[in-house]
Design a protein. Structure first.
Length: 193
C-alpha cells in the first residue's frame, strides 16, 4: 500500500470514529492536529502540517514525508511511525494468502470510491459498508450471483426496500407516477395490518 492510500484510509477511519459518517477531510485533519498540539503538554509549539502538504502526499506528488510530519501524523492517528511509508512491493505485515491481498485491495478501492461518490450518500455508504465487511470478496461474489439470476435483484429490492423498488422501477420504465404512488400506499397499508 502506498503512503497516500494509507493517509486516505486513516482519514476514513478517523471520520468514522468521530461519528462523521464520512472520511475526515484534509482540512479537518489539519485543524484537529492543531487543536491537539495546542492542548498537550510537552509538545512543540506550532507543531502542524498543511492541507497542501497532505494533498501532495495523498496524490503521490510528494513520495516521502519529513520525520517531524510522520511523527505528528503517527501520534494523531495512533499508529507506529513506520506504518507511514510506502510498503515494499509484495510486502505483507502478516502471513496472508493471495485472497487476503485481494481483500485489502478491494477495501482500499471501495474506500476511494466512497470518497468519489460523496455527493450520493447512499452509494457512498454502501461502498463503506462493503469495505468494512470481514469478507469483501465474498460480498462481491454474492452480488455477482444475484445479478446473474434473472429478476432476483428486482425481487430482493422489492422485498427489502419496497420504496426504492417502486421508484426505481417506475424511473426505469418511464411509467406513471400515480401507479407507483398507489403501489407504495398499498404496500404500506398491507404492512400496517
Amino acid at each position: 500500500m502506498k503512503l497516500g492510500e494509507k493517509i486516505r484510509y486513516l482519514r476514513e477511519v478517523e471520520g468514522s470514529l468521530r461519528g462523521l459518517g464520512r472520511p475526515m477531510t484534509q482540512l479537518e485533519l489539519v485543524r484537529a492536529i492543531r487543536e491537539e498540539a495546542g492542548k498537550g503538554r510537552g509538545r512543540a509549539k506550532g507543531a502542524s502540517i498543511s492541507q497542501s502538504y497532505l494533498s501532495q502526499i495523498e496524490n503521490g506528488a510528494r513520495p516521502h514525508m519529513t520525520q517531524s510530519s510522520r511523527a505528528l501524523l503517527a501520534k494523531f492517528f495512533k499508529v507506529h511511525p513506520g506504518f507511514l511509508v510506502d510498503d515494499p512491493e509484495g510486502y505483507h505485515a502478516e502471513l496472508t494468502s493471495d485472497l487476503r491481498t485481494t481483500e485489502g485491495q478491494l477495501d482500499v478501492w471501495l474506500l476511494q470510491g466512497s470518497e468519489r461518490f460523496a455527493n450520493d450518500p447512499e452509494v457512498s455508504n454502501v461502498l463503506i459498508k462493503a469495505a468494512r465487511e470481514k469478507d469483501t470478496r465474498r460480498c462481491f461474489l454474492l452480488l455477482g450471483v444475484i445479478l446473474d439470476t434473472p429478476g432476483l435483484a428486482d425481487r430482493l429490492l422489492e422485498a427489502l426496500r419496497p420504496e426504492l423498488a417502486i421508484v426505481e422501477g417506475n424511473h426505469r420504465r418511464g411509467g406513471n407516477a400515480r401507479v407507483a404512488n398507489a403501489r407504495l400506499a398499498n404496500e404500506q397499508e398491507r404492512r400496517i395490518r
